[in-house]
Design a protein around this ligand. Structure first.
Ligand SMILES: *Cc1c(COP(=O)(O)O)cnc(C)c1O
Length: 242
């Protein structure tokens, strides 16, 4: 493979962007009356070349999210991942589970018992417990993965039975909205589900993480109780798809 030469001006803008987003996340937490340390900033690295990701890591990014199994496995040798937590955030096909179990710290996109069972099977085979989030399709969009809110509780009880999987919380991608107040309704509804399930204290289920908010709406998500915001383009610039 030819060595990729990063663009200096893009490295510079990643640096500025990362600092600005980090600052905004802290400000949004403070404005919401929350402790800034309770909100983690995830750098979403899909389609981004390694030198730009490493620049964000140098600046303190300690949580990265990748969408595709293959892309992550192909890139990670070039990444400075010491002390960095890795989450898979993209839709995961059952036949790809074998490549990713044990390779990331969390799978945020679990939305069916079938997928959870395959993660369970392969985790038990490796002698590990895989941390997962359950992805909710809060806007009930055909184009999105995730379980509908009214089926969430049942799915969580089913997954709770699996000894190789541990639910740590919920993740969502809301519909594209025209205003903060519109997107806030989805975030508030997620927060309510999160609290409702947490209060049930289900065995083998932790409700610690509510992963929601992206480049366009992370401040609104923080106001609604998110504790992981997943930010890609606001840090790395617009994505080019190949
Ligand atoms: C791409 C992606 C993000 C980040 O999106 P941006 O709008 O670029 O911040 C967050 N979450 C998931 C699941 C994604 O696929």
């Amino acid at each position: 493979m030819e060595k990729f030469i990063p663009d200096e001006s893009r490295l510079k803008s990643v640096e500025e962007n990362y600092k600005a987003v980090k600052f905004n996340v802290e400000e949004a937490a403070i404005k919401a009356g929350r402790n800034p340390e309770d909100v983690r900033l995830m750098a979403v690295t899909k389609t981004v070349e390694s030198p730009y990701i490493n620049r964000a890591i140098e600046l303190g990014a300690n949580l990265i999210g990748e969408n595709r199994v293959q892309e992550y496995l192909g890139k990670r040798e070039e990444l400075k991942l010491d002390g960095v937590e890795k989450h898979l955030i993209g839709h995961l096909q059952t036949n790809k589970v074998k490549y990713i179990v044990g390779e990331v710290d969390m799978i945020e996109s679990v939305d069916s018992l079938k997928l959870a069972s395959e993660i369970d099977r392969l985790s038990q085979k490796k002698g590990i417990v895989s941390d997962v989030l359950v992805e909710v399709n809060v806007g009930r969009e055909d184009s999105k993965s995730g379980i509908y809110a009214e089926q969430l509780e049942e799915l969580i009880y089913e997954i709770a039975e699996l000894q190789g999987v541990r639910i740590q919380g919920l993740m969502t991608i809301p519909p594209i909205c025209d205003s903060d107040s519109e997107v806030r309704k989805y975030f508030e509804s997620m927060y309510k589900s999160f609290i409702d399930i947490r209060d049930k204290k289900i065995d083998n289920v932790n409700m610690n993480i509510l992963s929601m908010g992206m480049s366009g709406d992370y401040e609104a998500a923080i106001a609604s109780g998110s504790n992981i915001v997943r930010v890609g383009s606001a840090i790395f610039g617009a994505r080019k798809y190949f």
